[in-house]
Design a protein around this ligand. Structure first.
Ligand code: ADP
Length: 462
């Protein structure tokens, strides 16, 4: 039975084709993603927008299903055909019964660091050694690949110099194909519909490009390293669960030579650069408060989902065309509160207990939010100016706190100091912070002569 209470903004996947729409109805193909715009008076019908063509019209709820979130599942793999360190005979055993084109990849035991592509052909198994050379992979010294995903993709389409094209992956026991799951849930996008534009940013693990996906402007984060791509898959799975006006929205992913994460394009870039390049003559204090409130609402939503961000900072806040700030970079977002791996922590933004005991919580996010408020009201300055990381760690532990930025409203500075309570439970929750900010906003926006949503002061000549 189709659910009858979809709210506006719900993403749906078409269960079949609807090629010949009646007047007022929307045309779509199986697998197309549609956004619910409104309920319709006709029972079982909705007003919807086609995500790729942008057309609007009526759809019947029985022909679509809600796009599900991808389960965060460590067995989800971009390389389900990768079996790790197993011997040649073991690989042969796994490729039974013989079937032309059945394949797997293993790590070479005799040549650590190299891989072996094993393929079943005419009842035999052929082992191709994959050599790692100049940061690339190759079997025949003519075709080179960024990573194994890239290589498997190539030989699935081209025979090249090997005996057969790859037809069927032999999946490692206990893994699930990420591609299959993404496609079933409606999060796999079609690369042929993507046009890549200019490079707009460098992430730690890959470049970010501007692009267009069937008429919609998007940002594309490309991750070429297969191991990193696998880690980011979990980030993506978290993002499929989250929908809020102050969180950067995931449109879907593309699997091609690695992982491409496609999100809404945030034209005005990250908040640090936004504030630094415009400064106080252009951005009003009311606009600063709006940014603060936007982020707070996004964080309140994460708080309600019991998710901890762990890397909240102005560099991870992006600004949309209409100057709405949204939280991005869920890379470290986790349900649990302990990090076991030695991740590099952003010292100047991280709460003392998180630095000391790796105790992350919504309240450690609140600490970071205080630092973010300081960044906003200082127009993008680096926190703890002129202090080394070591000094920050020691002095903050000893009770030192930053002073208020120049011209910072006292009410906002007092919020910062609340966020920087040594004791995590004494810090306010995000919903409390939001209420306080709204009050602050009420006082400021009643003062005459300032703002528009784009934050440009009237009469500033910009
Ligand atoms: P990383 O987390 O690896 O550091 P980010 O996701 O923060 O990478 O991206 C790096 C930069 O790319 C950002 O600071 C921002 O300037 C730009 N960027 C990232 N995502 C978007 C987006 N959706 N819209 C516009 N610019 C973006």
């Amino acid at each position: 039975m189709a659910k009858m209470n979809w709210a506006a903004g719900t993403q749906c996947v078409a269960k079949g084709d609807h090629r010949k729409p009646k007047p007022g109805e929307l045309a779509y193909h199986k697998g197309d993603i549609l956004t619910i715009v409104d309920m319709n008076t006709r029972r079982g019908f909705y007003e919807a927008r086609h995500n790729t063509t942008g057309e609007e019209g009526l759809i019947s709820s029985t022909n679509v299903r809600e796009r599900e979130a991808l389960r965060v599942d460590p067995s989800l793999s971009l390389m389900p055909w990768f079996h790790g360190k197993i011997s040649g005979p073991e690989a042969v055993g796994k490729l039974q019964p013989a079937e032309d084109g059945l394949f797997l990849v293993r790590e070479s035991i005799r040549h650590p660091g190299d891989y072996v592509l094993c393929i079943s052909v005419s009842g035999d198994v052929i082992h191709y050694r994959v050599i790692f050379q100049d940061n690339k992979l190759t079997i025949d010294h003519t075709q080179y690949f960024y990573n194994l995903i890239d290589m498997i993709e190539f030989y699935s389409k081209n025979k090249g110099s090997i005996a057969t094209t790859l037809v069927k992956p032999k999946q490692k026991q206990g893994t699930k194909s990420a591609e299959l799951e993404l496609s079933k849930t409606g999060w796999l996008l079609d690369i042929t519909k993507l046009t890549l534009g200019e490079n707009i940013g460098e992430g730690e693990f890959g470049a970010v490009y501007e692009g267009e996906y069937m008429g919609q402007r998007v940002a594309v984060k490309t991750i070429k390293c297969d191991v990193t791509a696998q880690a980011f898959l979990q980030e993506t799975a978290v993002m499929t669960k989250l929908q809020h006006k102050n969180l950067v929205r995931l449109l879907g992913v593309i699997l091609h030579k690695g992982l491409h994460i496609v999100t809404e394009l945030m034209i005005k870039g990250n908040l640090v650069n936004f504030l630094r390049t415009r400064g106080r003559s252009v951005v009003s204090s009311v606009q600063l408060l709006r940014f603060a409130l936007d982020v707070c609402e996004g964080m309140e939503y994460l708080e309600s989902k019991k998710l901890v961000h762990r890397d909240l900072a102005a560099r991870n806040i992006l600004v949309s065309d209409d100057s709405v700030a949204k939280v991005s970079d869920f890379g470290l977002t986790k349900m649990d509160t302990k990090v076991s791996d030695n991740v590099k922590l952003p010292i100047k933004w991280t709460a003392p207990e998180a630095l000391r005991k790796e105790k992350f919580s919504t309240k450690s996010d609140v600490w970071s939010y205080g630092v973010l408020l300081w960044e906003i009201f200082s127009y993008g300055r680096l926190p703890y100016p002129k202090m080394s990381l070591k000094e920050v760690k020691e002095r903050v532990e000893g009770g030192y706190r930053m002073e208020a930025p120049e011209d910072c409203p006292p009410g906002v500075y007092s919020l910062m100091t609340m966020c920087w309570e040594q004791e995590p439970r004494k810090r306010p929750a995000f919903h409390k912070l939001r209420e306080k900010l709204e009050r602050e906003m009420g006082e400021h926006s009643s003062s005459p002569g300032s703002e528009r949503r784009d934050g440009i002061r009237s009469g500033s000549g910009c």
